[in-house]
Design a protein around this ligand. Structure first.
Ligand code: 5AD
Ligand code: SF4
Length: 433
């Protein structure tokens, strides 16, 4: 009987791809097959996120649950960003954990599973050219890493300490991976990095000069690639060349993530984001002008240390000016190993909650207005997911999530859909062609 692997993935798309790499390596070299039942597993892996405090607390209660339900001789491994950050502390707090593998050490998975109580969390480790074995959770959309690590020093963010310095993956490897994904049936390529439009500043070996815009051109030149998405770009590096390529290249999906974090230039300075409120508004306006159907999403942190009512009002101003199609908003959460952890001008938690509520209420109202934009329209949808309720789900080029009644046969196909019902998060429709 094949050994069984249960893997739980928390956090961002980067982690989703890291989990695919873990699965691929363990399958190819160790013969593991996936299971969705942790009680049946010979190896349980949690791929963790440490970006905010809550999921870290959850990790230890979850580990306890897995320890109780697992088979007697099954192993437990903790991978990802919390592994990088807490290291051997994890084994101290949960002594039944067999190994800890950091977010930048995924390629060592095949050896660490044989070393009891091993901790591999070297954030200088360079696996930018490691040839991982192939595995994808979905055949229709292929995640491809374009860089590892992050060179920014945002004062709230733990990621540079969990994923290390930024190194770009050679462009030939990315193009080769995209080609292979297309051969295997993918029409959509999803490029991943902590800061994608900073691509090409540093490679681990000799490499011709290729920036993100050029990389987009090269990936879009691949026959069979129909859609390209990417995350996350940084507003600071949204130069004209990049925005113009985004607008003009028909294969690039017209959905842009622009993490604002704060609308106050003062707070942006304290966060070390490198741009002002005006720069952000200017970039968003340029995008809206060049790409009329663009969908812009963002991340916002409220109640960063020192945020006054006036600072928060600036964030609300940007929210109202840009009218984002999607907003991920969070209360500031102090993180270890960050500069802001030591900031003393903290915002009262009560006020933080009020601000988050105010922002989310306003955003919901904006979405209630925006959602009508697709009503009765015919849109093109790429179907990727079968839902248990008799629907198949997909996305339009500009990232509207659309569901239609249907089954398996729609998966991996594009179809024209007439929208018949809209809500904040999803639209419903009928296939017309
Ligand atoms: N507190 C709250 N939110 C955070 N994020 C990152 N670090 C923190 C923190 N310390 C948010 C940012 C980022 C998103 C992935 O998580 O908005 O863009
Ligand atoms: Fe979480 Fe950030 Fe690590 Fe992704 S990179 S898993 S969001 S901490």
């Amino acid at each position: 009987m094949a050994k069984k692997l249960f893997i739980e993935t928390l956090g961002c798309a980067m982690n989703v791809r890291d989990s695919e790499h873990i699965i691929a390596e363990l399958h190819a070299h160790e013969g593991y097959e996936l299971t969705t039942d942790a009680a049946q597993a010979d190896l349980i892996v949690i791929n963790t996120c440490s970006v905010r405090e809550k999921p870290v607390h959850k990790l230890f209660s979850e580990l306890g649950v897995f320890n109780r339900l697992k088979k007697a001789d099954a192993k437990i491994g903790v991978c990802g960003c919390t592994a990088s950050h807490l290291g051997k502390e994890i084994i101290k707090r949960a002594p039944y954990v067999n190994f800890v593998l950091g977010a930048r050490n995924v390629s060592k998975i095949g050896t660490i599973i044989h070393q009891d109580k091993a901790v591999e969390i070297d954030i200088d480790y360079d696996e930018s050219q490691f040839a991982f074995k192939e595995f994808r959770t979905t055949t229709y959309k292929a995640y491809i890493n374009i860089s590892i690590g992050c060179d920014k020093q945002c004062t709230f963010c733990i990621v540079p300490k969990t994923r290390g310095d930024e190194i770009s993956i050679p462009s030939e490897l990315i193009v080769a991976e995209a080609r292979k994904a297309v051969e295997n049936g993918a029409k959509e390529i999803f490029l991943l990095g902590q800061n994608v439009n900073h691509y090409g500043r540093r490679f681990s070996g000799e490499h011709e000069k290729v920036n993100f815009t050029e990389l987009l051109r090269r990936v879009s030149a691949i026959e069979g690639v129909e859609r390209i998405r990417f995350t996350s770009p940084h507003p600071l590096h949204m130069d004209d060349e990049f925005i113009e390529e985004f607008a003009a290249n028909p294969k690039i999906c017209k959905s842009m993530h622009m993490p604002l974090q704060s609308g106050s230039t003062e707070i942006l300075k304290a966060m070390k984001r490198g741009y002002t409120k005006e720069w952000f508004l200017n970039r968003a306006a340029k995008l809206r002008a060049l790409v009329p159907n663009v969908s812009i999403s963002t991340d916002i942190i409220v109640a960063f240390p020192g945020e006054t009512e006036e600072d928060f009002a600036q964030t609300m101003e940007v929210l109202n000016a840009v009218r984002f199609e999607q907003v991920f908003s969070f209360k500031y959460s102090p993180r270890p190993l960050t500069e802001a952890e030591h900031f003393t001008n903290v915002v009262d938690p009560e006020i933080a909650s009020q601000r988050l509520h105010q922002l989310q209420t306003r955003q919901d109202a904006i979405l209630d207005e925006l959602k009508w934009a697709t009503m009765d329209k015919v849109v093109e949808v790429y179907f990727e997911e079968l839902r248990s309720d008799g629907y198949v789900a997909g996305r339009t080029d500009n990232n509207v999530s659309v569901k239609v009644k249907g089954s398996q046969e729609y998966l991996g196909t594009m179809a024209k859909v007439k929208i018949t019902e809209v809500s904040r998060a999803v639209a419903y429709g009928e296939i017309v062609a």
